[in-house]
Design a protein. Structure first.
Lengths: 382, 402, 382, 402
């Protein structure tokens, strides 16, 4: 039981925080968001140079061999700066699937470009009817000689518009909501039959609808078992949730600081509004919500590596519930305590609120995960 | 004691609803059902329809176009309007400056302005809040200095809702800085075309443009645009804010939102079943409906008591309406976020071109686009019009004597 | 739409409030509770003399022809004084069943004694396994010549230990949870085969377990249809809930006043604690909860007389939910704001808290009724 | 950073649990599982068993019987103790006056009192609160006037928990009324048999007798019973209160309550199904478990940080533990009220004779009797030990700097 960072972890934290302090204040973020990709290619290169894209990969893969704690450190810092770049999509989601499901050859071929920052990835898994159900996959993959032909529509593909490559899930067997019969395929974004409609998201990021019309891929595009990819997808989703929890904690922490700062400076009725006990207590409630979220982010980080998928999922779902609820408490409180200024685009606090809100809507909201925990029995160790 | 509407009141409700069904243009109705914003033209069109019917300004004195309805009928009218839903009349004219002019204005002002407000020939906006004066409104700094037949106004107003369309603005301005802050304020009517006025949009976090900053730089306002007496503006402002609070609960709005929620939760499916069939969701919805039903009864108690109250003296119980009304409205947006699920994510601004994909088919269900923006935007409801914290202060002091 | 009391209603309100002010302050209540019956027989006589027991009965029955509003007036006043006497059992529950289900002859025979205060009644309906389900009746009624024999156990019979007569529900046909096949029987408390075990309740009132062992009653004991009593039971339960809502409002109102008074007098840190904004706002929250409860008490009062049982039940259930939630907000808040003194038996506020809590547990708690409303569709008028 | 317990820590937990399984008398265990109160004899019996094992006073200096466990092991021990559940040691001795004597007492006091506390030969109670000083503890009025070799104590203490069994009371008394209120307070140990002491029971709303008023009427206390220096008592009190807060979250207690809730909700049926199978109930239970899991992690963060903190300086973050801990404990009582339903109604006092039907079979399920009393009684948790309002003040000031 030890909550201290190791020396390497402290170095990682310092370096990412320093980078963001230098190049990612709120004004810089506005500029970064104006790139056509919706984020800054220069920052992406900077992450590659600092080794951030290498974090979760083993040393033999060219990575630095970090675990979920290292990812948490990066994501929490990213949350604090409202980072726009597709780290979650490329490193956590696609990177995670490559780590867990791809063959050694595939990793040797694809990871250097990912880690080096040359190739960005997106995970094209969600579909309109699936909502939050990971096993609900309607896109079809049909055998075609040695290769496969993909057909169907993917929805809400995070950073799907700017990705160089897509990892596409598709049904190779069974019915739409069967757990078995799901495969993963690497698809070049520019491949024939792939069309993408990108759009901005509520939190200033980007996503895309991806349409696959008779998209042909070779046998080398299959990642893992073509009929048994769901466990890897579920595992990576849990890792992504843990990462998003950390990002949300970073965002909440910053929102809370901004709010306390505002309470100390904003004057009404001749005094700083922080002298009003009701506002003090609301800030205290927000602080409690933040710390409870931080605790569950730690839990999710720890358990995202658990061997037992049920134990892993229960803990991760519990954390997602806490993050969703705390996000609401902190986000709504931050806007309320800022008053009108918290409602404006010009000021940062509303953007944190929006990001934290969207994190709740991603990979299952608090209600979805609460139902999941309730179905899985007690979260408390015997 | 009879807590039911009378047969006459029920017939009146039917009449109102029937008129709305016959006369509200379908495209405007569709927008309102979806929770999208009516355009300026929509609001003007609808106001002119209401005015033709004689229902433009129900709350005004009869001689200026008021309907003479008692508070219960006024309540029923607004409740139907909101829950139908039809666009609400532009409140800055009908509920704010209109009654002030009718009560405190001179004859010339009444004759000129009131018919134009009723017909929405003039679009009004409100110049009360300033960057430094939020909850502490009386600390406002915009000053008006008398110079011959004019006041010269300098300063800045903010949170000026729909000011981008405005022909006129009514302002609280400081005309005497040497006295207690409430006693040096005057109430001025200012033509937005006057040189020296600059309107700067404020974009809100939902991406919309509802509010503005308005800057006054040596703006010359004829003295005949002073309402009532110089330095008595705070009294008129209190009168205005008291009127503003009669419909602060927006029960009809929440009714419509809950009806819509129920429809959408029956449409949107998780796996094989509509969300509405999830017992936990159904109970959350029921809990909200119960709170709203209670609020409606509370509102009716306030309305019934209003018959006996002095006009313009707000019932401090209306603070309950503001607090509960805002909580319920905000809760409806949270439940709708649950229904829309991941499709909250795409951002499709209402007003902008196809650069952002506006003319493309929607992502997810076709009602999804305004859901997240409304959740964000409606956070304002517990902030504006006297924040909920201020309302609780009022309850503690004016009702509980603490 | 008119919330004013009529002249008669105002007189009723004044008279009951005066009676309680004179003879039912908190110290008097302690004395009343020490009678072996758990309440004051003298007060019962006083209620009879003032005509309170006659309130809901028609003039031809010897009553004063009041409706649910008059009952509300009495119950709200009773709630304010924490009245212990069996008004709910005798007048609302038993009286209600006699009004709705008994024959003219039965009413002519039984009501004078009830209204005159000579005969007290209790409703023996609940059973161990039934919890809040009114249709779950296992006690058996078997035909025996002209009459019936009753057999089984009734639980939580309010004031069942001191009642002179019991109205017992029993199954004459069908299975335990069938809606049809339930009858009502008037049973003398002293009849052979009736045994009762009385006990105090958490709120200082009394209840009993009633055991029926081959209890014989004649045909004149049957109230209404021997197989179709459930609708009357459900109607009376809704009337009782409306009455309890009013009682709870009376209790909450008093609790809230006591709390505000305490905030104005109790000093800490050299100032009255009512000067702390957080406590002011909590008192404001309690006030809002109280007024919302009062509104729903009005609704329940109005709708308890509705013709359509579904409309009636939905509104009454909605009110019970609100009362339960408001009761918690007001009760917990009152104790919290009083601090330690609110936790003591010597001081009244805790007794109000307990009564309001027990009202939530009677005839279905807030959760039970919320589920009922959810099943019945929208509460909001179209 | 490794957020898991080490294998050694897990083995330690097993060892502790094994000892409890072997050594806690079954009748005491059964009472604790049901949420009934252990008797005085139960507490004494158990403390002597712990003392024999050397686990009576884990938090004390090793020379006085402490175990030398680090904060994590101390946490594991208490967590197991509470969740097993076994009676908690009498906190007034083990967690309050014991550490104060060990830290600030003289050798004679240590030698005399500490072994007797560890073995519960002396039952201690606390004399801090007074009728006029609740949250404002330092305003206490009980005074001690030096008279030769004695202090003469006059005044009144209140909320004295389990004072009816006490052999000794430790008191804060005013020894100098001329200085700032915190600077004129001393810490006295008083034999409850001294003439002039009267204990009057306070019955709480659950019907129980846990707390008392203690009156002091010219009570003569030998000066050697002063702890530390005269007028320095406030420092010792702060030290004591800081220690009190290390286990203020009572995570283990809530764990046991939730486990029990789950069992009982599986037993008690509504219609044909156990309450546990109602999805709404199951989700409420899950939500509470999630909050408790988060609190446990927060608690562990505070515990881990404690290794580096100065002893006796409470982490202001422990205010989070108090607030959340009390909310969760209270929420467990609310959920249990939902499970017990109408059978909350009967009142069957634990301690009294059969006059109230105590020896009759229970009404409703056999675990029902303590449910409502516990709901009532546990309202105290957000009041005592620094009310939750005071805790939020602490967070606002000490952590947020507001």
């Amino acid at each position: 039981m030890d909550f201290d960072l190791s020396e390497e972890q402290s170095l990682l934290k310092d370096s990412v925080e320093r980078l963001l302090a230098d190049r990612y204040d709120f004004e810089a973020r506005k500029r970064h968001g104006k790139h056509p990709e919706g984020f800054s290619p220069e920052m992406w290169r900077a992450y590659a140079e600092q080794g951030l894209l290498a974090v979760p990969f083993s040393e033999e893969e060219g990575g630095i061999g970090g675990g979920t704690i290292e990812t948490m450190i990066v994501m929490e810092a990213f949350g604090g700066a409202l980072v726009l770049e597709p780290y979650l999509s490329t490193v956590v989601l696609a990177g995670g699937l490559l780590r867990h499901a791809a063959s050694a050859e595939q990793r040797a071929e694809w990871l250097p470009g990912l880690i080096g920052g040359e190739t960005r990835y997106a995970l094209a898994h969600g579909e309109r009817q699936a909502r939050y159900d990971l096993h609900d996959v309607g896109v079809q993959a049909r055998r075609d000689g040695e290769g496969w032909v993909l057909e169907g529509e993917k929805a809400l593909v995070l950073h799907g518009d700017s990705a160089d490559r897509l990892i596409v899930s598709a049904r190779t067997a069974g019915g739409r909501r069967d757990r078995d019969g799901i495969g993963l395929f690497l698809v070049e974004a520019g491949a024939e039959g792939v069309s993408r409609r990108g759009y901005p998201t509520q939190d200033g990021q980007r996503a895309a609808e991806v349409s696959l019309s008779s998209v042909r891929v070779g046998p080398e595009a299959v990642i893992g078992s073509p009929e048994g990819a769901l466990p890897a997808i579920e595992r990576v989703a849990d890792e992504a949730i843990a990462a998003l929890c950390a990002e949300a904690v970073g965002a909440m922490d910053r929102m809370h600081r901004l709010t306390v700062e505002y309470l100390k400076t904003r004057k009404q009725f001749g005094v700083t509004i922080g002298s009003f006990q009701v506002l003090q207590h609301r800030a205290a409630d927000m602080f409690i919500a933040l710390e409870q979220a931080r605790s569950m982010s730690f839990l999710a980080t720890m358990m995202a590596e658990a061997d037992d998928p049920a134990e892993r999922s229960r803990a991760v779902s519990g954390a997602k519930v806490q993050i969703g609820r705390s996000g609401r408490t902190v986000g709504q409180g931050a806007v309320q305590l800022h008053g009108g200024v918290g409602m404006t685009m010009e000021y940062s606090v509303g953007h944190y609120f929006k990001r934290v809100t969207m994190i709740d809507q991603l990979f299952g909201d608090a209600d979805h995960h609460l139902a999941r925990v309730a179905r899985m029995g007690s979260l408390l160790a015997a | 004691m009879d807590l039911r509407f009378t047969p006459e009141e029920r017939a009146f409700r039917q009449e109102v609803r029937g008129f709305f069904e016959q006369n509200l243009p379908k495209d405007i109705h569709a927008k309102m059902i979806d929770g999208r914003h009516p355009s300026k033209d929509d609001i003007v069109t609808w106001q002119k329809i209401l005015n033709k019917q004689g229902w433009a300004v129900p709350n005004w004195p009869v001689e200026w176009g008021g309907t003479g309805w008692d508070p219960v009928r006024q309540y029923i009218f607004l409740d139907e309007l909101q829950s139908f839903p039809a666009p609400s009349p532009l409140q800055f004219g009908v509920y704010m400056v209109g009654p002030v002019i009718a009560q405190f204005g001179n004859e010339a002002q009444k004759k000129h302005f009131l018919p134009r407000i009723a017909n929405l020939d003039d679009w009004w906006c409100q110049g009360f809040s300033e960057p430094g004066s939020g909850s502490d409104l009386a600390s406002l700094k915009t000053r008006a200095v008398r110079d011959g037949d004019h006041y010269v106004v300098n300063g800045q107003k903010t949170w000026t809702t729909l000011g981008q369309y405005a022909d006129w603005i009514f302002c609280l301005v400081r005309t005497d800085a040497t006295v207690k802050k409430q006693e040096g304020i005057s109430f001025l009517l200012i033509d937005m075309k006057t040189p020296g006025i600059t309107v700067r949009p404020i974009q809100t976090i939902d991406g919309g443009h509802e509010v503005n900053e308005v800057f006054f730089d040596d703006v010359r306002v004829p003295v005949e645009n002073l309402v009532g007496q110089e330095n008595k503006g705070w009294d008129y402002a209190k009168f205005l804010l008291g009127n503003e609070r009669t419909n602060i609960a927006r029960v009809g709005v929440s009714k419509q939102r809950l009806r819509r929620l129920r429809e959408l939760a029956a449409l949107e499916r998780v796996g094989d079943a509509p969300i509405l069939e999830n017992p936990r969701f159904a109970e959350k919805l029921a809990a909200l409906e119960i709170e709203l039903k209670a609020l409606e009864m509370t509102q009716l108690r306030v309305v019934a008591a209003e018959r006996k109250r002095e006009k313009g003296k707000p019932d401090p119980a209306s603070s309950i309406l503001k607090i509960k009304g805002s909580e319920i409205q905000q809760a409806t947006t949270e439940l709708l976020m649950e229904v829309v699920g991941p499709f909250a994510l795409p951002y499709a601004p209402e007003d902008e071109g196809d650069e952002h994909g506006h003319n493309e088919p929607p992502v997810g269900p076709d009602w999804a686009a305004p859901v997240a923006p409304t959740y964000f935007n409606w956070r304002k409801i517990s902030i504006y019009g006297g924040s909920n914290e201020i309302q609780k202060n009022i309850i503690a002091k004016a009702i509980l004597g603490l």
